[in-house]
Design a protein around this ligand. Structure first.
Ligand code: OSB
Ligand code: MG
Length: 376
């Protein structure tokens, strides 16, 4: 296939509820949608998961606009591609900027799957018809509020509860939730809010029978996480620290984690995510698919990735209604009793609803291969 045209839309949506982590509170969600169009007029869609502010990772919506427009699009446009894995190779000389790469590569994966009459899950090698999902719950104003919020999501059937924690909002909250729900699968995500100086506090996590603690220490650390894992019964899961197969290999070799949260954007796309998957399956490292508060396109990519067999634990891909009054895809992603049925349509299997996509579009740039007619 030849990528004849790439469209980059700036989107602005607002989540139903604010979401608070150790690094701050988010509700407005500016993001980018990428549409890649081939010589037959087929199109594939990708979503950038970069936020407007670099608190989770160094990329932002604006750095993604620059990198996609000025660097990635020129490398891809007008090129003959036989498989999306080639995009990973074409982008390899560009350092980092993984969310920008993933947005473009994701559009090519969707396009490739549609052209070849495959679901994206099939194209990736996934085999599940349903995926198990949990919920990520932001920091609440009080432990009572957290207990009630958890109760609501248990009633909805989500298969595990992930509580955001930070210094001052950690042990007492986990204790209250564990006492209220002695058997619920529970975990905590610190988004890098602690250091090894907090070791005594972190050891107290072992009292709550947590599935794991996610990214307790610095975003760019795998050494101290290895020291911490030595001291903890609770498995450490890495999120922010893992940007590539090489990062995963080093963390596993050092003993920095027992579990990895794979986010397509953070690792630079589905091809790299698959490489991490294959390596971790060989090493017995459990995986799950993380979330970045995505709208429907990115959510659809997450559903497809989770169908790979190594995604053994419930992920953060909740239903669209957890985030949005209306999503930009049809049908919306629906979680029933903590399960999402993988759609059977080609590509991501959720169609962009162009009326809604247009409603939330605040800008668009169109790039066309030189000397060619626009595909449409
Ligand atoms: O650390 O996994 C994280 C949201 C924004 C930034 C980082 C994280 C999260 C979540 C929410 O945990 C996941 C989701 O519901 O999409
Ligand atoms: Mg996390």
């Amino acid at each position: 296939m030849i990528i004849k045209e790439i469209r980059m839309r700036r989107m602005e949506m607002r989540m139903k509820h604010p979401f608070t982590t150790s690094f701050g509170t988010m509700q407005d969600k500016p993001f980018l949608l990428i549409e890649a169009i081939d010589e037959e007029g087929n199109s594939g869609w990708g979503e950038s998961v970069a936020f407007s502010y670099p608190w989770y990772a160094e990329e932002t919506v604006e750095t993604n606009v620059h990198v996609i427009r000025d660097i990635l699009v020129p490398l891809l446009i007008g090129r003959e591609i036989s498989h999306p894995d080639e995009v990973n190779e074409i982008f390899a000389p560009i350092r980092r900027n993984n969310m920008a790469k993933a947005a473009v590569e994701g559009a090519v994966w969707d396009l490739y799957s549609k052209r070849n009459k495959l679901t994206l899950a099939e194209a990736l090698g996934g085999d599940k018809e349903k995926i198990d999902v949990g919920i990520s719950i932001g920091i609440q104003d009080s432990k009572e509020k957290m207990v009630e919020t958890v109760r609501g999501f248990i009633e909805q059937g989500y298969k595990r509860m992930k509580l955001k924690i930070k210094p001052g909002a950690d042990i007492e909250i986990l204790r209250a939730v564990r006492e209220a729900f002695p058997d619920v699968p529970l975990m905590a995500d610190a988004n890098s809010a602690y250091t090894l100086e907090d070791i005594e506090l972190l050891k107290m996590l072992d009292d709550f029978d947590l599935m794991m603690v996610e990214q307790p220490l610095a975003h760019d650390d795998i050494i101290d996480h290895a020291k911490l894992q030595e001291e903890l019964e609770t498995p450490v899961c890495l999120d922010e620290s893992i940007h590539s197969l090489e990062d995963a290999r080093k963390a596993v070799e050092l003993g920095s984690c027992k579990i990895i949260n794979v986010k397509i954007g953070r690792v630079g796309g589905l091809t790299e995510a698959k490489k991490i998957h294959d390596y971790c399956v060989g090493k017995g490292i459990d995986l799950w698919c993380g979330g970045m508060l995505e709208a429907g396109i990115g959510r659809g990519h997450n559903v497809a990735l989770t169908t790979l067999p190594g995604f053994t634990l419930p992920g953060d891909t909740a239903g669209s209604d957890r985030y949005w009054e209306e999503d930009i895809i049809t049908p919306a992603v629906e979680a029933v009793d903590g399960e999402i049925t993988v759609p059977s349509g080609y590509g991501i299997g959720y169609e962009p609803d162009l009326e809604k996509v247009n409603k939330y579009t605040v800008g668009e740039e169109v790039f066309r291969a030189e000397g060619t007619e626009a595909a449409r």
